[in-house]
Design a binder for this molecule. Sequence first.
Ligand SMILES: [Zn+2]
Ligand SMILES: [Zn+2]
Length: 132
Amino acid sequence: MCEKIINLKKTEYSIALLLSQNGIMSAKELQGKIKVDKATIYRNLKNLIKKGTIREIKNSEGIGFYEISCKIHNPIHPHFECKICKKIYCLEPLKAEDVIALSNYTQNEINEIEIKLKGICNECKKTDTSNI
Ligand SMILES: [Zn+2]
Ligand SMILES: [Zn+2]
C-alpha cells in the first residue's frame, strides 16, 4: 500500500483507496462508489491535490480525472483521451531514455512532463463498427 494514503481522514482515505485500487477515475465515478454528496467529493479531491496525494488530469471539456500521485506506485505516464466518450486512459510510464529524449526539446529546466494522446478508444471503436 502506498504510504501517501496512510493518515488521511475518512472520506479522503476512501477516495485515495479507490484510486489506488481502480486507477484513474472521474469525480462522478467516485461519487458512485462513496455515498457522499458532490460537494463533499470535490472538497476532498481538492484537499488531496493540495496534499500531493493525487493528481488531476482534465479532458478537453474540463472534466477532471483523478489518480494517485506517487513516483513509486504510479510513476508519471502519458494519458490517452478518447474523442468520443471523452474518457481518460492511463498509458505505460515513460522509460528513462524517453524522459531524456523529451528533455532535449527545451533548454529550460523540466520538473514535470504531461503528455496526452488523443484518438478513439477501443470501446468506442467497437460500438462504432457494430452500428454499421
Ligand atoms: Zn471512447
Ligand atoms: Zn494516469
